[in-house]
Design a protein around this ligand. Structure first.
Ligand SMILES: NC(=O)c1ccc[n+]([C@@H]2O[C@H](COP(=O)([O-])OP(=O)(O)OC[C@H]3O[C@@H](n4cnc5c(N)ncnc54)[C@H](OP(=O)(O)O)[C@@H]3O)[C@@H](O)[C@H]2O)c1
Length: 319
């Protein structure tokens, strides 16, 4: 494959030029073979597609204006996949998405606990399916998405929420302990995002649940957890630049502060209370306060937001 050394001025002909670049980067039929590009030619490639957006016509209402601003937060007719929906924040996400109008596909390892979350979705008037899923297994992720498409015909939203927490002093942490956290918290999110992006239509949204531990420290020895959550912020940025222009899929992350859950139950006695002097709001978050941010990022009201990480932390990261 030959990449032209000198490329046509992009700003002059975005619509003509970008498809050519994409053809060069990913030749038809060759998806796994990395293209041979010199560093120089790579640096000169505009990897982001410049879309031909419709300019506002004076006097004509945009889609958002005609629907009314509050309706842009509604998710009626959409389908959300929520991982880690067997406990804690995942239950709050599932319920919130159902209340906003979406049917929900629920994934986690404890299938019995998923049934309880299904009932909450149904109480909110929406449909649910529960699929036993270990997100560290790419085939499970693919299966969850296939089941969602089989049941509901589409997938519009992914909440990558499944996660495990650990606190192990770095000199004592075994390779297995470290790998397990990365496998679930980081790789698992990637397998889920890949599986969803293959099925998603333009207008879809992926929300990765990172953590303030991806942005700062919090006093416990959490190298694996912090690395996985910081990695997820990088993954979010990269998938946004790969998929928002080309596929119309927005990718954002939430970085929660402290929210009571099975994960925080494992903290040492008094740890959570000791952290509250760092939280400007002065209390742990309520799950629905995080879920509300996820509903916002999922809907058309956040249509111009991609690649971002929103801290929902009561001000912890600015204190
Ligand atoms: N609570 C907080 O203060 C806080 C703060 C920052 C970030 N977060 C993040 O929020 C997310 C939810 O945590 P949480 O606080 O709600 O804790 P949680 O109650 O322990 O929930 C974790 C969920 O992840 C699922 N999970 C774990 N390993 C999995 C795997 N291999 N495959 C599929 N699902 C798996 C668990 O389900 P199964 O065991 O049934 O598989 C469970 O539903 C996590 O990503 C966490 O890192 C939480």
């Amino acid at each position: 494959m030959v990449i032209p050394r000198r490329l046509a001025p992009v700003t002059a002909m975005p619509g003509l030029f970008i498809p050519l670049v994409e053809r060069c980067l990913v030749p038809p039929g060759i998806v796994s073979e990395a293209p041979r590009l010199s560093e120089r030619s790579l640096a000169s490639l505009p990897l982001r597609r410049v879309q031909q957006h419709e300019r506002p016509t004076p006097g004509r209402l945009s889609d958002m204006e005609s629907r009314g601003i509050l309706n842009c937060f509604q998710l009626d007719g959409r389908v959300a996949v929520v991982t880690g929906a067997s406990s804690g924040l995942g239950v709050a996400f599932a319920r919130a998405f159902a209340e906003a109008g979406a049917d929900v596909a629920l994934g986690a390892r404890r299938a019995d606990r998923l049934q309880a979350t299904s009932s909450l979705v149904e109480e909110a008037g929406r449909k649910a399916i529960a699929v036993a899923t270990d997100v560290s297994r790419p085939e499970d992720c693919q299966n969850l998405v296939q089941e969602a498409v089989a049941a509901f015909g589409r997938v519009d939203i992914l909440v990558n929420n499944a996660g495990v927490g650990t606190a192990v002093p770095a000199t004592r942490e075994t390779p297995e302990q470290f790998r397990k956290v990365i496998d679930v918290n980081l790789s698992g999110c990637y397998w889920m995002a890949q599986a969803c992006a293959r099925a998603m239509q333009p207008g879809s949204s992926i929300i990765n649940i990172s953590s303030v531990l991806g942005l700062t420290t919090a006093g416990l020895p959490q190298a694996a957890y912090a690395a996985s959550k910081a990695g997820l912020i990088g993954l979010t940025r990269d998938l946004a630049q790969q998929w928002t222009g080309r596929k119309g899929i927005r990718v954002n992350a939430l970085a929660p502060g402290f929210f009571h859950s099975e994960m925080t139950d494992q903290f040492p006695e008094g740890y959570l209370e000791g952290q509250m002097n760092r939280v400007v709001v002065g209390r742990p978050g309520r799950p629905e306060e995080l879920a509300a941010a996820a509903v916002f990022l999922a809907g058309d009201g956040a249509g111009y937001i991609t690649g971002q990480t929103l801290a929902v932390d009561g001000g912890l990261t600015i204190a």
